[in-house]
Design a protein around this ligand. Structure first.
Ligand code: AHR
Length: 331
């Protein structure tokens, strides 16, 4: 599995490199006179990275990947942690614009409400790269490229696994991610798209746990008080699933047996839970975006055109694979 993962990751990285290498050189969209193509070596590029926050193991791995890749390439990184508030992220973007950074990398907390600040960046001729989460906009010229996972596909993969495991019949509770965020919206869309074909697969309750472990526990406690017939849990991330596992145990039930659990991210802690028999399946969402983000930064500064969207290849892991895979997990 390690080899398959490594090969797939390489295929994505190589296709991305090929796309950027084959593109026609020309003025980089949004570079200033001072920073026009060829005028700056990668080492003198300053990048402003507006991160969502620090809500999950996934997020911490993502931050680390971006920071360490910038350091490796000698690129100056200005890092802003928005503490899960869009207004903080907008302020961070305005500050990056005022400081005249070369490129902005934005991991948008929610998908709407970005046009005004992205128009400010465009006016200042600063290219914006979207990382991790997509945005809703009628004007795709407001960003140069998106790099991240296909969240609808992740939701579909979780549902397909669960349908098979439950033979098409289950009473399901759902722990949604941060309201308004692309992963919460899209994972739900993908999951519903699959289960609508199975009338006996029913979501009996659904609530947000904000991608937080502590909130996953609190919401699961409420689900357990309200419903005595829960057979499966779909959690939009591993952290909330782990919080829910605690709630299920405290209610005197066996997570992974009495309630079948599928979640998303594939962080190390999820593999530990699978090895303990408490989590049944985790769908991968690769947070190690740093190398691809800085390939894109360097390409845009060199005046190359980028593909509008680059998606990571994500896999599905269940308990039978956990022992073999855990040692090779990097996050
Ligand atoms: O946008 C990716 C999601 O954000 C991850 O699934 C979740 O853990 C996170 O915080």
């Amino acid at each position: 599995m390690k080899t398959v993962s490594a090969i797939l990751a390489m295929v994505v990285a190589v296709s991305f490199a090929a796309l950027t290498a084959c593109s026609k050189p020309g003025p980089a969209k949004g570079t200033t006179e001072k920073e026009k193509p060829g005028a700056k070596s990668p080492k003198s590029i300053t990048v402003g990275f507006a991160q969502t926050g620090n809500e999950s193991d996934w997020r911490r791995a993502n931050t680390e990947s971006v920071k360490s890749e910038a350091e490796k390439r000698g690129i100056t990184l200005k890092f802003a942690d928005a503490q899960s508030k869009q207004e903080n992220q907008i302020k961070a973007l305005q500050s990056f614009i005022a400081q005249g950074v070369g490129v902005i990398v934005l991991a948008p907390i929610v998908s709407t409400g970005w046009d005004p600040v992205l128009k400010e960046a465009k006016r200042a001729k600063i290219p914006v790269i979207l990382s991790d989460r997509r945005i809703d906009t009628a004007d795709p010229s407001l960003y140069v490229t998106f790099i991240g996972s296909d969240f609808v596909k992740e939701g579909r993969m979780a549902a397909e696994w669960l349908v098979k495991k439950m033979n098409g019949k289950a009473k399901i509770v759902e722990l949604q991610g941060e309201p308004g965020s692309a992963p919460a919206t899209d994972r739900r869309i993908g999951f519903l798209e699959v289960i609508k074909n199975y009338p006996d697969m029913q979501i009996i309750d659904s609530q947000s746990g904000d991608f937080l472990r502590a909130k996953g526990k609190v919401v699961m406690e409420a689900f357990l008080k309200k419903h005595k017939d829960i057979q499966a849990l779909f959690a939009h991330n591993d952290d909330m699933a782990i919080g829910a596992i605690q709630a299920i145990e405290e209610a005197g039930l066996k997570p992974g047996q009495d309630i079948i659990i599928v979640s998303i991210d594939s962080v190390k802690a999820a593999f530990e839970m699978m090895m303990a028999g408490k989590l049944n399946c985790t769908v991968e969402c690769n947070p190690l975006l740093g190398p691809m983000i800085f390939d894109a930064v360097e390409a845009v500064m060199a005046g190359k055109q980028l593909p509008k969207n680059t998606y990571m290849v994500d896999l599905v892991f269940d308990q039978s694979q956990a022992k073999d895979v855990i040692a090779s997990r990097k996050y």
